[in-house]
Design a binder for this molecule. Structure first.
Ligand code: ADP
Ligand code: MG
Length: 1109
């Protein structure tokens, strides 16, 4: 109510007119043009009073966002541009605030957008009504019932990819606060013939395709289905896949929705099993089989499918098989069984499939209702939403029983529209105290009567015909119609015309025509009787009842033999009539809101506006009728307050404020504007304007005046703006100046202050320095006095010191002089007592004492007895030098003798030999130092003891000096072989190491020279006398570990035997005689590769190289 003052209006920025009531002049052409103009500007909604006309845009428009919901929330119906939300809001608020039950009637032909509209209404109401967990769950369940019903009840048709194939009325129930409590859904007339046959380019119900595309392999196996659509006769294949529709995804959505709505898992499964059974039924085929009586009997071609169906549904196979071959007719006590021919069998099969499916659908609706029904018993407010097909008119007399029924329903809806609109109009006039003027309009009650009259209505005739015994055909039915309805002004048929001697060739045979309020429709009678009968053979319903499948069993209660009912079930026509009657009764208690949907083209395409098509719809929807009814009397009405608010600027008295009542204000205003009195009437709360022209005049004036006002406002605003600007500038200037002055003064003050401080500090400084100077002078004076005093005292002290020192020196001098004097006196006195040679004696005594002391001291300081100890005490006096050296020599000789004396003769011999070696090799051969520590053993090889060498021992008579194994170097190639080397007093012998056999014998006299290197190796050559017997092969070349010992012994033996010194040559290059050749043996520093073993190599006949490490 806060928005009572109207700030905006439907009339603002209107494209064409937002309300058809304002159309001037009103005719079909202007009507369509207005719709088209608005459609082209994306305005798909247009009002006819409170009716919303909606043109399907076939594309999503950004007009359903949450922001839009907020825009329309709690706003007056005419406040904003026409929208379905405005209608929803109006309905919801009037339900919530005025406690009026509402119904929203949505009509239009297939594909015009009814279902979308109903969903928009529901979603708007869901968005604006209460919130909270419980409420949200109710909302969710209500909204999620849609996908479930759409899967089972919608199909792709030529006109609409998601066409509802059933009529739906849903009551949404609210509590007193306007929170949703639950809902009830009613369904009308499912188009079940679609289950078994679909027109070209159309599909069966979505659920079949969704199941096959979306189910898991496991589920498919369980349902004994295959994914391939082409396997199923009931599925049309030419449009099995629809562009932009994902069946598999939708299947998941549907399963999810079922869960939200409250289906148990086993229920959902049962439903799918029934769907599978229906699909599979279509695959059962029959063949004729001749019987004895000459009649054809049908037999099932392939029983496999039948078997699977029976397994799936728990039906005894034989029972079902029989039901497809026989028909039992029961009358009173009799039971007659007849066989079915192939055509009848197919009929029975299809009837069963249709019935199964349509009953399943009704069961679904009931099941959903159970879930969504309100849980409380409190009084409920109700908003009903009716989504039902509008008028259907096919060309070429393709209209059948279904169209007849649908059109009948629409006829009834028009009836209720007229009734309610007129009633409301009338009520408003009475409420507003306006004189009622008669309105001319067409009342379709007469057509309703033609169809539904209990005694001679078309439906009653049809029922009568169906129940009549004897042969009944569609033709007999038409005949009956011709008889009964011939005179009715809205009924036509060839026969009835003929009876009036009129010949209308536009009327074919077996057709009749009804002149509905929306136009003439030609119906084909074929199928009327059958469809009305809606026959399912009792055998089949009984077979179904016997199913183990609980859901299927419950769908066929009439199959229960215990409840056998010989009365025929009500016909489809009468059932529908009854449900329409209930619906109408229901609607009549409610406040109606209309949404009229229009389809702009047949191509499901955006932006195309087919005028002929729209014109057709406008006609049969009776929209012009709507406008006329609505405009009867007064075209426009508005409450006084908003009216005054909108137009008050048109008159001086009311502008800008009207103090009195709004009505008085409007009166003044209208008088002032000189609007003719017959153009308007004053109601209690509203002004009624008869002609749209008047309203537009008002609007034009308002627009003009608004422009003037805008200029005025602009003028004042500009002036105000300039002045405020000026004032602001002035204020700012003052502020700036004040601040600046303050700043300048502050700065000057700071300057003066700092100057004063400088001067002050200078003066203070000057004063301080003056005082300082004085103080310093004073201090210096004091210091000078102290210094002078100190100097003076110093001088005094030094003078005294000098004097005392002088005195001491004098005293000392006196003492010295005195001593000298005394000495002189003593010497003079005792000189005569000393002999002249006393000095010499004293000297000798002193020397003697010194020598004595020296020897005594030497005794204690004597070094050790080791001959190699070099220590010797130092000499105390220079004059003892020679003595000291002599003493050292004597001592050394003595201790050497002492040392030698302890040696045995044998040891002496060894040392002699060692000494000899030392003389021969010390500092000459590098091998020598390593031999010093080795004792010379001579007989390394104990020939005496080894029995191997007995023969050798026996051969030698002399004393053996050396017995050793040496390597004899082969003269030819430098390789070595082991030989026993023996030295006796006179001979040198070489023997085989293994056998001990003597190889060569050389008398010592024939040995001339021994040669060896200066290095650390054991090679040596024994040179033999030229021409001697031993020298025939040449000189010997050996290598031995005991070279030094061997050479020494050889030298000594030779010396003692021949009194000749053996020549020992030590050189790294020497010549040897091999037979005739002189060969040079050369020692080289070899590579390390052979380790520490020297190697020998004969290079050529002049050179033999020995590599030593
Ligand atoms: N308001 C809308 N905005 C956008 N597209 C719409 C609107 N109304 C309908 N349509 C389109 O038209 C198609 C048919 O609408 P639908 O409501 O199913 O028609 P009906 O129920 O009248 O047969 C929808 O699938 C949708 O694509
Ligand atoms: Mg629909």
């Amino acid at each position: 109510m806060a928005k009572m003052e109207v700030k905006t209006s439907l009339l603002d920025n209107m494209i064409g007119v937002g309300d058809m009531v304002l159309l001037e002049p009103l005719n079909e052409e202007t009507f369509i043009n207005n719709l088209k103009k608005r459609f082209d500007h994306n305005e798909i909604y247009t009002y006819i009073g409170s009716v919303v006309v909606s043109v399907n845009p076939y594309r999503s428009l950004p007009i359903y966002s949450p922001e839009k919901v907020e825009d329309y929330r709690n706003r007056n119906f005419y406040e904003l541009s026409p929208h379905i939300f405005a209608l929803s809001d109006e309905a919801y608020r009037s339900l919530r605030d005025q406690d009026k039950d509402q119904c929203i009637l949505i009509t239009g032909e297939s594909g015009a957008g009814k279902t979308e509209a109903s969903k928009l209404v529901m979603s708007y109401v869901a968005a604006v009504c209460g919130k909270g967990a419980e409420v949200n769950q109710v909302k969710e369940q209500l909204l999620q019932s849609n996908p479930v019903l759409e899967a089972f009840g919608n199909a792709k048709t030529v006109r609409n990819d998601n066409s509802s194939r059933f009529g739906k009325y849903m009551d949404i129930e609210f509590d007193f606060k306007g929170d949703p409590l639950g809902g009830v859904i009613s369904n009308y007339l499912l188009e079940k013939s679609r289950v078994v046959k679909q027109p070209r380019g159309e599909r069966n119900f979505h659920v079949f395709y969704q199941l096959l595309s979306g189910a898991s392999e496991e589920l498919l196996n369980k349902l004994k289905l295959e994914r391939d659509f082409s396997r199923y006769n009931y599925l049309s294949l030419d449009s099995a896949r629809v562009n932009g529709v994902d069946d598999a995804a939708n299947f998941r959505t549907v399963r999810n929705a079922m869960q939200i709505v409250g289906f148990m898992d086993h229920e959902a499964e049962s439903v799918l099993e029934v769907v599978a059974a229906v699909l599979k039924l279509g695959n059962i085929e029959f063949k004729p089989e001749s019987r004895v009586n000459g009649l054809d009997e049908s037999k099932i071609k392939d029983k496999n499918e039948l078997k699977e169906i029976c397994e799936l549904t728990g039906i005894d196979q034989s029972v079902l098989e029989r039901a497809f071959s026989f028909r039992t007719v029961e009358a009173k006590q009799e039971k007659v069984s007849t066989t079915l021919n192939v055509a009848q069998a197919y009929y029975a099969r299809d009837a069963l499939a249709k019935n199964l499916y349509s009953r399943l659908f009704s069961w679904l609706v009931n099941r959903i209702n159970e879930s969504i029904k309100a849980q409380t018993k409190v009084r409920k407010k109700v908003m009903g939403v009716l989504d039902i097909y509008g008028f259907e008119i096919f060309e070429n007399a393709d209209n059948s029983f279904e169209q007849f029924i649908i059109n009948y329903c629409n006829e009834k809806l028009q009836q209720i529209f007229i009734e309610l609109t007129l009633k409301e109009e009338q009520e408003e006039y009475i409420r507003e105290d306006i004189e009622w003027t008669h309105i001319d309009y067409f009342n379709n009650a007469i057509i309703c009567d033609l169809i539904e009259n209990n005694t001679n209505g078309i439906l009653a005739m049809l029922d009568e015909e169906c129940l009549r015994p004897g042969t009944v055909t569609d033709e007999t039915f038409l005949e009956k119609l011709n008889q009964v309805c011939a005179t009715h002004q809205h009924f036509e048929s060839r026969m009835s015309k003929c009876s009036r001697f009129l010949n209308d060739t536009s009327l074919p045979h077996s057709c009749f025509r009804i002149q509905h309020y929306a136009g003439k429709v030609l119906y084909q009678v074929e199928g009327f009787v059958d469809k009305n009968n809606d026959l399912l053979y009792r055998d089949l319903s009984q077979a179904m009842w016997k199913a183990g499948h609980t859901l299927i069993k419950s769908l066929f209660p009439e199959g229960n033999p215990a409840k056998i009912n010989l009365k025929r079930p009500p016909t489809a026509g009468s059932q529908f009539k009854a449900s329409v009657a209930t619906l109408m009764k229901n609607l009549q208690t409610k406040n109606p809101n209309y949404i009229r949907c229009i389809k702009p083209n047949d191509k499901k395409a955006a932006h195309i506006f087919n005028e002929a098509l729209v014109c057709h719809q406008i006609r049969y929807l009776g929209l012009l009728e709507n406008v006329r009814v609505r405009r009867a009397g007064y075209a426009f009405r508005q409450a006084y307050e908003p009216c005054l608010e909108r137009y008050k600027m048109l008159c001086k008295q009311t502008w800008p404020h009207w103090k009195g009542l709004a009505r008085a204000g409007v009166e003044v205003l209208f008088n002032e504007l000189e609007i003719p009195v017959e153009e308007y009437s004053f109601g209690r709360s509203k002004i009624f304007i008869r002609n749209p022209r008047t309203l537009f005049k008002l609007e034009d004036l308002r627009k003009q005046r608004l422009e003037d006002l805008a200029t005025l406002i602009q003028k004042i605003y500009r002036g105000w703006k300039c002045r405020t600007h000026f004032l602001l500038m002035r204020k700012s200037q003052i502020v700036i100046a004040a601040w600046y002055r303050r700043y300048a003064q502050q700065k000057r003050y700071q300057q003066i202050k700092s100057s004063a401080l400088v001067i002050q500090s200078y003066i203070r400084g000057w004063k301080a320095r003056k005082i300082l100077r004085e103080l310093k002078h004073q201090k210096r004076c004091e210091e000078a006095a102290t210094t002078i005093a100190a100097y003076w005292h110093g001088t005094q002290a030094r003078r005294e010191l000098k004097r005392l020192k002088e005195e001491a020196r004098r005293k000392h001098a006196v003492a010295v002089i005195w001593a000298y004097w005394l000495g002189l006196k003593v010497r003079r006195e005792y000189r005569k007592f000393f002999r002249a040679n006393a000095g010499k004696k004293i000297y000798e005594f002193t020397i003697q004492r010194i020598v004595q002391k020296y020897f005594l001291e030497m005794k204690t300081k004597m070094p050790s007895l080791s001959p190699i100890d070099k220590n010797w005490p130092s000499r105390p006096y220079l004059f003892l030098d020679s003595t000291h050296k002599e003493l050292k020599r004597i001592f050394h000789l003595w201790r050497c003798k002492k040392y030698r004396d302890q040696f045995t003769d044998q040891k002496k011999l060894i040392y002699e030999e060692k000494l000899e070696a030392s003389e021969l090799f010390k500092d000459k051969k590098a091998l020598y130092p390593s031999s010093v520590g080795q004792p010379f053993q001579g007989a390394y090889l104990e020939i005496n003891k080894n029995p191997k060498y007995k023969k050798l021992k026996d051969a030698i008579e002399e004393k053996i000096i050396i017995a050793e194994v040496v390597n004899k170097i082969n003269r030819a190639n430098g390789k070595s072989t082991s030989r026993i080397f023996l030295l006796t007093n006179n001979n040198l012998l070489l023997a085989d190491q293994k056998s001990g056999q003597i190889k060569s014998e050389v008398p010592l006299v024939d040995v001339t020279k021994v040669s060896m290197s200066s290095q650390n190796d054991g090679f040596f050559a024994i040179h033999l006398k030229e021409g001697s017997e031993a020298a025939s092969k040449g000189d010997f070349l050996f290598s031995s570990d005991h070279l030094i010992e061997m050479a020494t012994k050889l030298y000594r033996t030779t010396l003692s035997q021949t009194q000749q010194k053996l020549n020992i040559e030590i050189s790294d290059e020497f010549l040897v005689q091999f037979r005739q050749d002189k060969v040079c043996v050369k020692f080289i520093q070899g590579s390390q590769k052979n380790g520490s073993v020297p190697t020998c190599k004969r290079k050529n006949n002049r050179l033999l190289e020995v590599a030593v490490p």
